[in-house]
Design a protein around this ligand. Structure first.
Ligand SMILES: [Mn+2]
Length: 319
């Protein structure tokens, strides 16, 4: 029996399913959780989608059943499905030990921690991996589920632009459009609903830009105070790191964000440079071109220096 069939059998024979999404959620993890949730709702399968955070990214509020995502664990569950979690710590909660686990993911770091593993690191998003669950089981994909899966693919592939995007990605997107996903609506929802606060914050963050190693590494940071004065959300700075990476001479862009006595570091790269290795050195993780970690200090310059020292040490005089 294929892993897809096995997964469906296990879902059907379970009484209550807990779907886990990762902390600091992105569109891929929540879209996959909600794609499964819509499928289960339509088929009267009892379940909950869990996310640890109090506040979820508001730009995903158009996804059906978004408001049903909870940060409270149900008392009873006999199956747990992890979506887009590179390891079993990513949801940041403890689960019961005696339950079966399905692990659906596309991170290279995933060590197949589930009883059933739908893990394919050749895919640009977990949504593409999850699509195969529907396809291989000949399941009907409703317009709501199609919109969720399309959203995960669109966002995690950075609008169909990362190296893992291939003809198959577009074939899947094509099928999802036929099932009722609307590319223009998804693009409107994700890219044309920015807050004014974000545009007050971005100049401050971009003004912190420093170039290192002859401009090949660019660093920016955000001061928590700036979030207060502009009214922006910490997610509003995420575009800034991609802007820095879009500078022609920059190969690695780094965003430093002090929070709760630590500094959260987002790493982005181009030209095949593997920033997941830098993140892994600081107990973080991610993908070749996008990774993250946490440094145990809220002093931004100290955290920056630690990262830059590692980049220098690791690969000789530069990276
Ligand atoms: Mn993902």
């Amino acid at each position: 029996m294929s892993v897809y069939k096995e997964s469906l059998e296990l879902i059907k024979s379970s009484h209550y399913i807990l779907i886990l999404t990762h902390i600091n959620p992105d569109a891929d993890t929540l879209s996959c959780g909600l794609a499964l949730s819509n499928f289960m709702f339509e088929n009267k399968i009892k379940h909950k989608v869990f996310n640890k955070m109090d506040a979820l990214p508001k730009n995903l509020d158009y996804l059906s059943r978004f408001s049903h995502i909870t940060n409270k664990l149900p008392e009873f569950y006999d199956l747990v499905i992890y979506v887009d979690c590179g390891d079993n710590k990513r949801p940041a909660i403890e689960i019961k030990e005696d339950v079966k686990i399905i692990n659906i993911d596309h991170h290279a770091s995933n060590d197949s921690f589930g009883d059933i593993n739908l893990v394919d690191d050749s895919k640009s998003s977990t949504a593409e991996v999850l699509y195969q669950f529907f396809k291989q089981n000949d399941l009907k994909i409703s317009p709501n589920t199609a919109t969720c899966l399309y959203t995960g693919i669109y966002d995690d592939s950075i609008r169909f632009s990362t190296p893992r995007v291939d003809g198959e990605t577009f074939a899947i997107a094509h099928h999802l459009c036929n099932c009722g996903a609307n590319p223009s609506t998804v693009a409107d929802m994700l890219t044309r609903r920015e807050s004014l606060a974000k545009f007050r914050l971005l100049p401050l963050v971009l003004n912190s830009l420093e170039l290192h190693f002859e401009g090949e590494v660019g660093t920016i940071y955000v001061v928590p105070e700036w979030l207060k004065t502009t009214g922006a959300d910490y997610r509003d700075v995420e575009d800034a790191v991609n802007m820095v990476l879009s500078i022609s001479i920059v190969h690695i862009a780094i965003l430093l964000r002090p929070t709760n006595g630590k500094t959260r570091v987002s790493l982005r790269s181009k030209n095949g440079i593997d920033v997941s290795k830098i993140a892994a050195n600081f107990n973080g993780g991610g993908h070749i071109m996008a990774a993250g970690c946490t440094i145990e200090t809220d002093d931004v310059s100290e955290a920056k220096q630690e990262i830059l020292n590692f980049i220098k040490d690791e690969n000789g005089k530069k990276f």
